[in-house]
Write a protein that binds this ligand. Sequence first.
Ligand code: NAD
Length: 499
Amino acid sequence: MNSQASLAPLSDATKKFLSREKHGLWIGGEEVSAASEKIFDTRSPSTGEVIGRLAEGGEEDIDRAVHCARAAFEGPWSRWSPYERQLLLYRVHDLMEKNFDQLAEIESMDMGAPISRTRASKAALLKFILFFASQTATIAGETLQNGLPGEVVTMSLKAPVGVIGGIVPWNGPLVSQWWLLGAVMATGCTIVLKPAEDASLSMLRVVELLHEAGLPAGVVNVVTGMGGIAGEALARHPGVDRIAFTGSTVTGRKIIEASAVNIKKLQLELGGKSPDIIFADADLDKAVPGASMGVFANSGQICYAGTRVFVQRPIVKEFCARAAEFASSVRVGHSLDVDAQLGPLISERQLDRVMSYIDLGSREGAKLICGGERLGDSLANGYFVSPTVFSDVDNGMRIAQEEIFGPVLSVIPFDTAEEAIALANQTEYGLGGAVWTRDLSTALRVVKRIHTGMMWVNCYGVTDPLVGFGGTKHSGYGAKGGRAHLDTYLYTKTVYINT
Ligand code: NAD
């Protein structure tokens, strides 16, 4: 923990944004109050202080936003050429680049990630926009052979699915919202976005920049508010054609039920409990920090965090000692502390949840070898927990099976590759995973047999929009990333032409 922190000064632009009396909803290209006039507070996770007052959208606001999104979808936007949409994305790219420092500050203040982390996400964010700009001109159907009598030409056309309902979590909205925004602008869909109630601010600034870049009114609408009210209304709304949801598996199930109303298409990115397998021949100088930050990064609030660390028995003792040393060297601090590697958890609720799992781990018989405390002194009013390592964990324990979403690493010993594979697959989740070894054939054997959507070898957590992202089992379904991404925002229309 860092009590002598040097905090990055906020830019005037950020101060101005945060000093607004309140932040409204964005519906039909305008900032408006909620129909109920209700507002709610959003807090800095570093201090617990209120940093914004947001309109609390409800069913009526969602309905209005969906109608605006539908009108925009049927309007002139549907006649924009791919080049026009591509140019829009380039203008958006430039504005995001120009305003990035402010966006990073807003994101750090709002969701607690250290400023070094949000600043470092600039390249990833800009890559997203370039990726979608490049995809815009590639949307294409096919001409198809047929066995019909006469002169019938057959082909397929790709068409945008329509109005998207986008529901995103709080653990990194500045970048993660681009999976949706980019695809909407590339395909000609429209969207109603419901950010997480704990971290809505970066999206509210982004929507302003989109309109500054020339986005037509109603293409992107943002309704802030509670998940069980605004989110639920969006998931259920019969005017929404497709839901793109990222969040917990529990909420994912509710979204599936709500989508039945009008057979919405679904894309679900849900929870995880990913395995990270370290063989005795691994380069520990890389594996220890790599596997540790595979759990601790973003204070453990990453869906694909490799929280179950399986370590081959001959190196368990050394790995534990080095992981504990690494964990205690990690600098935890205020999100504006320029040297902090980890910030706070998002909320008091999340802090209580993580602390209760740490308590549970000890009661289940795991050995707490590092961390496990709520941090005090200058950080006492924020939601800080120290990076935590448990050794002697059994894969059947609840700390090894349930998603904690905090900086808690569990070391589970194994003897053979077969055993590691079997243990790694004993989970309801299937999102990420990694293997550390100098033997490429061992690595590939493990990669092929672990049931997850993403695997890393001798690294953890690198991602790129050009490449697929997503999970299997209870971690969700529906492609994200790569060439398949845009397909999920399109449908295929088969055409028969009697010549
Ligand atoms: P959450 O499910 O509580 O909330 C996510 C979003 O859903 C929020 O915007 C929330 O307001 C909304 N929501 C809540 N209840 C709803 C309902 N009944 N109907 C519609 N919307 C509702 O999740 P969280 O706690 O905010 O985020 C953490 C979870 O997200 C973790 O489980 C994590 O693994 C998961 N996650 C997954 C990925 C991925 O790509 N797989 C990425 C990030 C986070």
